[in-house]
Ligand binder design. Structure first.
Ligand SMILES: NC(=O)c1ccc[n+]([C@@H]2O[C@H](COP(=O)([O-])OP(=O)(O)OC[C@H]3O[C@@H](n4cnc5c(N)ncnc54)[C@H](O)[C@@H]3O)[C@@H](O)[C@H]2O)c1
Length: 123
């Protein structure tokens, strides 16, 4: 066997989400927290975004304990503010260079008579 092939075989097997960057909006609590921890277990790099930054940091620490200290980060975001979303995405790109999977559990379910949802409904 070539030396190079022997080296490759010694690498740990990749996990389902290895080399994937996962953004979990609302990840500071509840369903989002569970999703973030599952993604970390499955090998992802996880960014936990929440308007509750203390909650997000706690979940980032829990994710780091599973996947390693480079594998998780918390960012602040309020998804009712477009500028805050832009800023959170800039932070994510500065950390990991891009995004593969977006999960949003900080859901808002506004309704309107004409079916059109404007920014005002999320405020
Ligand atoms: N838990 C359930 O059984 C269930 C069932 C059906 C639907 N849902 C819906 O799923 C969503 C998540 O549920 P959960 O139980 O995880 O709730 P949760 O309250 O535990 O978590 C929601 C997270 O979203 C964050 N958040 C809220 N508004 C935000 C905003 N504007 N910007 C950024 N972050 C924001 C909160 O800080 C919180 O950390 C909710 O909309 C809920 O109504 C939940």
């Amino acid at each position: 066997m070539a030396l190079e092939e022997a080296k490759i075989r010694r690498q740990p097997a990749e996990k389902e989400l290895s080399r994937q960057v996962v953004l979990v909006v609302g990840g500071g609590s509840g369903i989002g927290r569970e999703v973030a921890l599952l993604a970390a277990e499955r090998g992802a790099h996880v960014v936990i975004a929440d308007r509750d930054i203390a909650g997000a940091k706690k979940v980032a620490d829990e994710s780091k304990a599973i996947a390693g200290k480079e594998a998780a980060n918390a960012v602040a975001v309020d998804i009712s503010q477009r500028d805050a979303i832009r800023q959170a995405l800039r932070e994510l790109i500065a950390l990991y260079g891009g995004l593969d999977i977006l999960i949003n559990t900080a859901a808002l379910f506004p309704s309107s008579p004409d079916g059109q949802i404007s920014d005002r409904h999320g405020a």
